[in-house]
Write a protein that binds this ligand. Structure first.
Ligand SMILES: C[S@@+](CC[C@H](N)C(=O)[O-])C[C@H]1O[C@@H](n2cnc3c(N)ncnc32)[C@H](O)[C@@H]1O
Length: 183
């Protein structure tokens, strides 16, 4: 974790719908097992590309990003009703303990500070869920960050377990991994 932060000057690239080939909307919603009354935290929400998917189902979504320029882009694009933008670092969330039913993070885990998982364990209620999708170190590097800046499903799963979650799924695909866990 802790690798370089995605350049907000390249925010347009995050809105490229071909990104769904790495994680589709259906796949994300299925992994999160969202119900209509869920409160979701999207960590490293960027331009809201995947946040919008979550907002189509959840009752409340906190879109957390450390770069105000990303929030500004999302505001300009149009923020759906259930979404609240939070400018914050993933290791210091302005949310109460147990405030979230589900935490989701897409293509961001490798950028997060080391203690972000501990903070997510504080914010996700007992029995709540965590979904992490990110570029895998076992991939080929055809897109996304360099292989040296990536993690894989197994090392991420070990870190997630150590933070107080129980891993339920850990799948490695061609360029990405998908992990689900329960608090
Ligand atoms: C590669 S982008 C992915 C954005 C979005 N999740 C998506 O898949 O479209 C990573 C995002 O994480 C944000 N980020 C990086 N470090 C962060 C941190 N410590 N706390 C919150 N957000 C962070 C960056 O500003 C950037 O918007």
């Amino acid at each position: 974790m802790g690798f370089h932060t995605f350049d907000a000057g390249r925010a347009d690239a995050l809105e490229d719908r071909s990104r769904f080939r790495y994680c589709s909307a259906e796949e994300l919603l299925g992994a999160a097992a969202l119900a209509g009354d869920d409160t979701v935290v999207d960590i490293g929400s960027g331009t809201g590309f995947y946040t919008d998917v979550l907002a189509g189902v959840a009752s409340e979504v906190y879109a957390v990003d450390v770069q105000p320029a990303m929030a500004a882009y999302y505001r300009e694009k149009g923020v759906p009703d259930p979404v609240s933008l939070l400018s914050a670092d993933a290791d210091r969330l302005p949310l109460a303990a147990g405030a979230a039913d589900v935490a989701v993070s897409t293509m961001t885990y490798h950028e997060l500070p080391d203690d972000a998982l501990d903070e997510l364990a504080r914010v996700v209620r007992p029995g709540g869920r965590l979904v992490v999708v990110d570029w895998t170190a076992a991939g080929e590097g055809e897109d996304g960050p360099p292989l040296a800046e990536r993690f894989d499903a197994w090392t991420t799963g070990a870190a997630v377990d150590a933070a107080g979650f129980s891993v339920r799924r850990a799948e490695s695909r061609r360029e990405t991994f998908l992990l689900t866990a329960v608090r």
